[in-house]
Design a protein around this ligand. Structure first.
Ligand code: F6P
Length: 326
């Protein structure tokens, strides 16, 4: 391998820049040529390719977003788009491609590998919803951002003795909600994987905590459940307690990455280049049981992952109402 390309695809995540920097510098340091592909697979299909040297990635490790820009590319799911993407790689001499993104992005990498391009995936998403790995780039920063925002909402919620529903991202996965729920001591955490849509239970819980003197009631709602505004209206009507919904939204995807995201993203970026140099292809870099490892993309995409039952139980059992049952 003489030339490698790197792209970021799907929703951006803090730490992607650290991974790009590591890919470029590891490659250049090993005597390879590095190329950046702009806007994910869209840029590969439309030939938006830039040369990248060590200096092009200076001063980006602490920056949120991705300097390569990102996109969700429907065309990559068509045969024509895929062929075009492979043709661009061949035209620009890109023999190895590092794809930083989620499962959808890995599916593209898998197909490109079948067309002769050596591909390595790096898990990059704030959602933590990639089955083969216990770490994804951006999750740590996102949960810290959300946790800080929840702490702030709690201040005003207490002053006004309100119920606050705070909706966090995560698509159909509840990892951000669960971590934020536990880390902020929320009274209720609504997880898409577990929610039984029994709103009456939540209403009863609010009434009970109020009777016990709680001045606020924080409900973390995962976006996979959604409808926070409507839920707030129904809860206010049923309890008579002022209820507000706050949807944290895209602020969770931005900001300077935490030390963990910079560090792990850096390791994963370098690891991906090392795999290509070893002649490996169609692999995903992962973090499992305290180690950085790699899996075949097919295997990675067929894996299943679920929330920790122990953590779900903790989120509930450490809430004030549960502990003070008498
Ligand atoms: O996958 C990351 C994520 O932020 C999800 O949590 C969310 O559902 C989705 O992306 C939002 O996508 P978009 O930025 O395209 O609206």
């Amino acid at each position: 391998i003489k030339t490698i390309g790197v792209l970021t695809s799907g929703g951006d995540a803090p730490g992607m820049n650290a991974a790009i920097r590591a890919v470029v510098r590891r490659a250049v340091g090993k005597g390879l040529t590095a190329k950046g592909i702009l806007k994910g697979y869209e840029g590969l299909i439309n030939e938006e390719i830039v040369d990248m040297g060590a200096r092009d990635v200076s001063d980006i490790i602490g920056k949120g977003g991705t300097i390569l820009l990102s996109a969700r590319c429907a065309e990559m799911r068509t045969e024509e788009g895929l062929q075009q993407a492979a043709a661009t790689c061949k035209k620009h001499g890109i023999q190895g491609l590092v794809v930083i993104g989620g499962d959808g992005s890995f599916a593209g990498a898998q197909k490109l590998a079948n067309l002769g391009i050596n591909t390595i995936g790096i898990p990059g998403t704030i959602d933590l919803d990639i089955a083969c790995t216990e770490y994804t780039i951006g999750f740590d920063t996102a949960v810290n951002t959300a946790m800080e925002a929840i702490d702030k909402v709690r201040d005003t919620s207490t002053s006004h003795e309100r119920v606050s529903i705070i909706e966090v991202m995560g698509r159909n996965a509840g990892y951000i909600a669960l971590w934020c729920g536990i880390a902020s001591g929320a009274e209720d955490v609504l997880l898409p994987e577990k929610y039984d849509y029994d709103e009456q239970q939540i209403i009863n819980h609010i009434i009970e905590t109020r009777k016990k003197g709680k001045k606020h009631h924080i409900i973390i709602n995962a976006e996979g459940i959604g409808h926070s505004q409507a839920m707030a209206k129904r809860i206010e009507a049923a309890t008579g307690i002022g209820t507000r919904a706050t949807i944290l939204g895209h602020m969770q995807r931005g900001g300077s990455p935490t030390c963990k995201d910079r560090m792990y993203a850096t390791i994963m970026g370098a690891y991906a280049v090392d795999l290509l140099l070893q002649g490996k292809t169609k692999r995903v870099v992962a973090y499992k049981n305290g180690e950085f490892v790699d899996f075949d993309i097919n295997e990675a995409l067929s894996m299943k992952k679920s929330l920790s039952e122990y953590e779900v139980e903790l989120a509930k059992s450490l809430s004030y109402n549960y502990v003070m049952r008498d």
